[in-house]
Design a protein around this ligand. Structure first.
Ligand SMILES: Nc1ncnc2c1ncn2[C@@H]1O[C@H](COP(=O)(O)OP(=O)(O)OP(=O)(O)O)[C@@H](O)[C@H]1O
Ligand SMILES: [Mg+2]
Length: 542
């Protein structure tokens, strides 16, 4: 890029040759168009009547999903502003797990409404300020109408999980899966003072294609995708005492290379016998501790395996470190690094350890642990794609339960909180001066995109529905929203569609943040750096 210099006619080169720049209104308009486009793609996926997307990557792998974050991630978006929507979805997914489609739609709606104002010559910075004020007010309004719940109330938690799965492929089995999700998260929740904390790492999610979604179950313990190491070992042990080892069960090779010269075969024999004796001693040591199951993070020598089998000890080797941590939490055992140190107190306990055949694989189940603080969710599904989508849906369900356990406040769904916040924002806007008032009203309009989209996707007339919701809410039914299954306006709280307040808050915060970020941009400078892969497309400017 060579800007004309004003004096002396010598061009001043600032940016690399080939750099493209779009400025002012054009830059803004390009960004807005891109974001709107993504918003429109996402709209059809919202709610129980939303459609799924089939995404094919450049290797031909197919993903079928309704999950907003997954759709945006897999779309491989190139436009820099549109990419920011992917970031929103990701951040919502990380923070609260659900609401990613809503966040993308809402962010796009905010940008779209801002465009109208920009066309009327309202400065983008005024809109940004108005949006900031409006989002704070909306958070305050939602907080005020939210309902406090008991974080240990399994029915509430299951309803929350059910709503999150309502829009997914697994919705038919959502009552069962929701119960499982609620139980799983409650099991690993830890109380500190008056509040709870949930570490999702303590829920091991395993999936296996085959069977049906209904075969999904919760295991009070840990499932390892490993086989019992030796054919001669028992495959089932009841009342298991489990040694958790982080030590190789083999004779250690020395770091230095040493040479032993053996003159006669007797010496050789006694050398091997000594090795043998050492390995047997290891097994004896484990046996003496009372262990009848060994789970080892490292490798196990063939001879040690033989002795373990002889001692009737079920053994699994090369288990991941993360699984060892979970096993310790589930069985209340301690991971031992030196076999010499092992005692009976270090052993974990489980009612049953068993190797089972799961389709073509053999997996080891460690189950029936007493009050385990780490558990496994084994997800099944007719085919790999079904199992994959079931896993994604379960992720949403587990996360929303976690959200409510950690912050026990809920709102109803069906677009009712968005509609409520919108109408109260409009009233509040009249107290604001000047053009910011317009921005607050635009914010309220954007919020209503959620009920409007839910209605459209359910085949209802969007405008009639919105008018219906407004009038019912004006009559004091604050949870009036879109009942997508009966295609009418109804009290959504009464029909048991509830969602975490945390999710709605996160949607508002993230969407406002990103729309404001996009609105502040008035100059897009794309570097001319050669593409990473030969032939790969340059990031488009428009
Ligand atoms: N039975 C129902 N009746 C009315 N609305 C519902 C019902 N179940 C869910 N919803 C609404 O559907 C919306 C959620 O849809 P969906 O799960 O497709 O998107 P999301 O949660 O925003 O994103 P994602 O789940 O992809 O991360 C929420 O507004 C919720 O209130
Ligand atoms: Mg959802």
């Amino acid at each position: 890029m060579v800007p004309a210099s004003t004096e002396g006619q010598i061009p001043v080169i600032i940016l690399r040759e080939g750099t493209r720049e779009t400025k002012g209104k054009t830059a803004q308009r390009n960004n807005i168009t891109a974001v709107k486009l993504i918003g429109n793609i996402m709209k059809t996926s919202l709610g129980p009547r939303g459609m799924d997307k089939m995404l094919v990557d450049n290797l031909g792998d197919v993903t079928i999903t309704n999950d907003g974050a997954t759709i945006l991630k897999e779309m491989d978006i190139q436009h820099p502003a549109a990419k920011m929507l992917v970031e929103v979805a990701k951040s919502v997914d990380n923070e609260v797990g659900d609401g990613t489609t809503s966040a993308a739609i809402f962010a796009a709606a905010l940008v779209e409404k801002a465009e109208d104002l920009i066309n009327k010559d309202v400065h983008p910075m005024v809109i940004v300020d108005g949006y900031d004020m409006a989002s704070e007010k909306a958070l305050e309004l939602l907080n005020k109408i939210s309902i406090k719940v008991d974080p240990e109330d399994k029915d509430v938690l299951a309803s929350i999980a059910k709503t999150a799965m309502e829009s997914k492929l697994v919705s038919e089995d959502s009552p069962l899966l929701a119960k499982i999700a609620a139980e799983a998260v409650l099991q690993v929740a830890e109380k500190s003072g008056e509040t709870y904390k949930v570490d999702m790492d303590n829920i091991k999610v395993e999936k296996k294609a085959g069977g049906s979604i209904r075969d999904t179950n919760l295991i009070n313990g840990i499932v390892l995708d490993k086989e019992v190491v030796h054919g001669g070992m028992p495959k089932r042990i009841e009342k298991a005492n489990i040694a958790l080892l982080n030590a190789a069960l083999e004779i250690e090779k020395t770091e230095m290379s040493a040479e032993i010269r053996i003159q006669d075969p007797e010496q050789m024999k006694s050398f091997l016998e000594e090795e043998n004796r050492m390995m047997k001693a290891m097994v004896d040591r484990i046996s003496e501790s009372g262990a009848n199951v060994v789970i080892c993070q490292k490798g196990i020598d063939d001879i040690v395996q033989h002795y373990l089998a002889k001692a009737g000890i079920l053994t699994v080797r090369r288990v991941k470190e993360s699984d060892m941590v979970k096993l310790a939490k589930a069985t209340k055992g301690r991971v031992v690094t030196n076999i010499e140190d092992i005692t009976n107190d270090d052993l974990g306990a489980a009612d049953l350890v068993e190797e089972r055949k799961l389709e073509s694989d053999r997996w080891v189940f460690i189950e029936g642990c007493k009050d385990p603080k780490a558990i496994t969710l084994l997800i099944r599904g007719g085919s790999q794609r079904v199992a994959d989508e079931a896993e994604r849906s379960m992720h949403d369900a587990l996360m929303v339960v976690k959200d409510v356990i950690e912050r026990p406040a809920i709102v109803a769904g069906g677009g009712s909180p968005e509609a409520y916040a919108a109408s109260h924002l409009r009233e509040w806007a009249s107290t604001k001066k000047g053009r910011e008032q317009l921005a607050v009203i635009a914010y309220a309009d954007a919020l209503e995109t959620i009920p409007l989209t839910l209605a459209t996707n359910a085949g209802m007339d969007p405008i009639d529905t919105l008018v219906g919701i407004r009038s019912k809410q004006a009559q004091g039914i604050k949870w009036a929203g879109v009942d997508v299954f009966n295609t009418k306006v109804a009290d959504i709280y009464k029909i048991g569609i509830i969602e975490p307040l945390a999710v709605k808050e996160q949607i508002i915060k993230s969407a406002t943040e990103v729309s404001n970020m996009i609105l502040r941009i008035d100059d897009v400078i794309a570097s001319s750096k050669p593409p990473e892969r030969p032939g790969a497309p340059q990031p488009p400017m428009e």
